[in-house]
Design a protein around this ligand. Structure first.
Ligand code: ATP
Length: 220
């Protein structure tokens, strides 16, 4: 069974509350912190613990025991100074994993400099995913792993149907790997070379973004 983890989410705006809600719905312990009374009232029934506090205050964070959390998400967007300050304090308190939301490139850079273990740009990342799925009709989803590597979900094209993965030669031609084959509700997570593509299949492919782009264009 999956080990239930403990998280803190600081800032319960649209992004923070969505992260917190999802973690809680999966049974994890979530402490929500926000300085806004309304946000706290909204989430009181959803999360195991909510605290109305200014998270830039080191003593408050220490007293709440954030140090022992598996990860802490800093979901403060507009108040850049507060987001940076909270990130510094969390790392100083010894939090193992701090994930911070950035509202601009420079904000992201500073967050990494002060010790954030991971920086996310939710609007930008979601925007890129939506754009990919709009431009190429065969692309269902797109996840950027790094500037160079991505995962795409591709609808099997007519020319793929009936062929095995070996015959498609995606690895030889594009240097990409098929992670999974989806057919309706069933998902084959360890596809073999002899598995053949059926109509309606979705291929989950990992590789260099550039190679995936070439593949997307061919699949159009
Ligand atoms: P979203 O897009 O997720 O709605 P946002 O980028 O607009 O968020 P803000 O609204 O600036 O971000 O901040 C998100 C939440 O963080 C707000 O509910 C705000 O009350 C809370 N917040 C901001 N500063 C602090 C702080 N110092 N301590 C605790 N909570 C804070």
């Amino acid at each position: 069974m999956m080990r239930m983890k403990d998280f803190a989410v600081i800032g319960l705006g649209r992004f923070g509350s969505s992260v917190a809600r999802t973690l809680a719905s999966q049974g994890h312990g979530v402490l929500g912190i926000d300085s806004d009374e309304c946000k706290i009232a909204c989430m009181a029934n959803v999360l195991a613990h909510v605290v109305q506090a200014d998270a830039t205050d080191e003593e408050t964070l220490r007293a709440l025991g954030v140090r022992n959390m598996d990860a802490v998400v800093v979901a403060i967007g507009h108040d850049i100074q507060a987001s940076i300050l909270v990130t510094v304090v969390l790392k100083e308190l010894g939090v193992k994993q701090v994930i911070a939301k950035a509202s601009s490139d420079i904000h992201g850079k500073v967050l990494l400099k002060v010790g954030a273990d991971r920086v996310v740009f939710p609007e930008r990342e979601m925007g890129a995913r939506i754009a990919h799925s709009l431009v190429a009709s065969n692309i269902l989803d797109f996840i950027e792993l790094s500037p160079e590597h991505s995962i795409v979900e591709l609808n099997a094209t007519r020319s793929m149907i009936g062929k095995t993965l070996r015959q498609l030669e995606l690895r030889a031609k594009f240097g990409v790997n098929v992670l999974a084959l989806k057919h309706g509700k069933s998902v084959n997570v360890s596809p073999r070379a002899d598995d053949s593509i059926k109509e309606g299949d979705v291929l989950v492919i990992i590789g260099e973004t550039e190679a995936l782009r070439r593949l997307e264009r061919l699949a159009e």
